[in-house]
Design a protein. Sequence first.
Length: 65
Amino acid sequence: MIREDLGNVDGCPKLGVTVTVYGLNPWNSMLTFGAAAGPVRNKAELQRFCEIITSRLQRLYDVAI
């Protein structure tokens, strides 16, 4: 869901973007850019947007084992 929302942001690379979800309660996410992403001019903006999306989803979903 996070990756899908980020993909709707102008300037988000179609390749080389990875969202890692980790932890249990509370869970969190990490956004990384690989070589396939190329130069990402709005990297900080995408990272802030990822934090906003994560925060919203944390309120809606618990990660259960």
